[in-house]
Design a protein around this ligand. Structure first.
Ligand code: C2E
Ligand code: MG
Ligand code: MG
Ligand code: MG
Length: 284
């Protein structure tokens, strides 16, 4: 390749790699200070019950307000934090902040809701994850039934017995589990029954093209039907259009989350939504 493109191409490529590595290093060191500098925040996206149209919960989504780069996506800094090991600190901060905010809303008299927090693979494998979750609840005074942890299929695949035992310990605290990005991994629904999972979240890649894409529509319908038969709730992620909503209603999907109802919002805007008592019009 470098021959055909001339002698400089390899060097060019390699210096680009260096710049990228340096950028990563700079990002990682900035991330190290992000918590101390108060640059991390959580946004909240409502989850809506499709039968009643009411908000039944919310997902906490991490944001990093970088002093130079502006808002950095969690798709960038969460993997970075996993690589550098900073995920323990960030993950613990996210848990505590989500619990604190949820308790504050309840104390204000807003309708009590469950907050869902994403756990990364490395965080889940931390030896003391149960203690960290218990501590976040104890420090903030949030009742455990108002906390849900989102995990992904790949996290269930490593060591099944160890995973079930960690999940059982956490479940004994009173928290619940949802399975995020469902359909992108390789697990079958019958396999899932071994784990204490209350809710499946259909990955947005299957929701995006329904009802036009027949395959995606069939997959979404099958997930909903089988989950319902197994007594597992389903939330469709990434719902943006009334057509998608109508399809999910026909399939008797239990819940939805997506821009069609609301984007993830800064905490104050989310609280406004709750105070207004906004509901989803499911009649369409
Ligand atoms: P996720 O957990 O699957 O979260 C859903 C993502 O879809 C969010 O992206 C949300 O903003 C986006 N979304 C919601 N509704 C729609 C819609 O209607 N259309 C489209 N196109 N997108 C929609 P976000 O906030 O950028 O987060 C991306 C991912 O980063 C999350 O995917 C999650 O895996 C990870 N993440 C976010 N916060 C945390 C965190 O605190 N801890 C960990 N470990 N991971 C996090
Ligand atoms: Mg999630
Ligand atoms: Mg997801
Ligand atoms: Mg995702």
């Amino acid at each position: 390749r470098s021959q055909a493109l001339g002698g400089n191409s390899y060097q060019f490529y390699s210096s680009e790699m260096n710049i990228k590595a340096l950028e990563n290093l700079a990002m990682a060191s900035a991330l190290h200070d992000a918590i101390a500098r108060d640059e991390l925040e959580l946004h909240y996206q409502p989850q809506v019950d499709l039968a009643s149209g009411e908000i039944i919960g919310m997902e906490a989504l991490a944001r990093w307000r970088h002093p130079q780069h502006g808002m950095v996506s969690p798709m960038v800094f969460i993997p970075l934090a996993e690589e550098t090991g900073q995920i323990s600190l960030i993950g613990a901060w996210v848990l505590r902040e989500a619990c604190r905010q949820n308790k504050a809303w309840q104390d204000e008299g807003l309708p009590p809701l469950r907050v869902a927090v994403n756990l990364s693979a490395r965080q889940f494998c931390q030896r003391d994850i149960t203690a960290i979750v218990a501590q976040a609840l104890a420090d903030t005074g949030l009742e455990s039934r108002f906390l849900e942890l989102e995990i992904t299929e790949s996290m269930l695949m490593h060591d099944v017995n160890a995973t079930i035992s960690i999940m059982q310990q956490l479940k004994e605290l009173g928290i619940s589990f949802s399975l995020d990005d469902f359909g992108t991994g390789y697990s079958s629904l019958s396999y899932l029954k071994r784990f204490p999972i209350e809710t499946l979240k259909i990955d947005q890649s299957f929701v995006r093209d329904i009802p036009h894409d027949k395959d995606d529509s069939a997959i979404a319908a099958a997930i909903i039907a089988m989950a319902s038969a197994l007594g597992i709730k389903v939330i469709a992620e990434g719902v943006e259009t009334p057509e998608q909503l109508a399809f999910l209603n026909t399939q008797k999907c239990t819940g939805m989350q997506g821009y069609y109802f609301s984007k993830p919002l800064p905490s104050e805007e989310f609280a406004q939504l709750l105070r207004q008592g906004k509901t989803l019009d499911t009649s369409s």
